[in-house]
Design a protein around this ligand. Structure first.
Ligand code: HEM
Length: 110
């Protein structure tokens, strides 16, 4: 049964384009090969209603199953590619254009 994970990142609008371009350039098809159960990665954005100069980027990944997605987050390759960034931001939170992020997980209804 298909499974998706979304990471919704709130960002100051002036940084929106930089953020979406960074996602697209770092998550090309050729860089995401050989991950078992991985089906695709998409990036969406919107301006948040009623919040001036705040936008959201949704990074969505599609998987064959929940266990495939879990296995990937526990793999060395995920840890090394995605962990150091988080640590880099922790040292200087005031300079980050990221206002917050929320991870959500969904099962396909089909
Ligand atoms: C939806 C959640 C995801 C988020 C928020 C995310 C975030 C990031 C970030 C912040 C980077 C560092 C980019 C940089 O240094 O410029 C990165 C790199 C990377 N991510 Fe993700 N990622 C996600 C999902 C995935 C998935 C599903 C895959 C593969 C199946 C993947 C594969 C990679 C690879 C291969 C890199 C290194 C790209 C490079 O060095 O050029 N990511 N990711």
């Amino acid at each position: 049964m298909m499974y998706i994970v979304t990471n919704t990142i709130k960002v100051k609008t002036p940084f929106l384009e930089r953020m979406t371009q960074q996602f697209l350039s770092s998550h090309t098809q050729s860089k995401m090969t050989d991950v078992p159960g991985f089906l695709g990665f998409e990036v969406f954005y919107r301006d948040v209603p009623d919040e001036a100069d705040v936008s959201e980027v949704v990074a969505l990944s599609r998987w064959e199953s929940e266990s495939d997605q879990l296995a990937w987050t526990q793999s060395d390759s995920f840890q090394s590619l995605h962990q150091h960034r988080k640590q880099a931001h922790e040292g200087k939170p005031k300079e980050s254009p990221v206002l917050g992020n929320t991870v959500s997980r969904y099962y396909s209804a089909e």
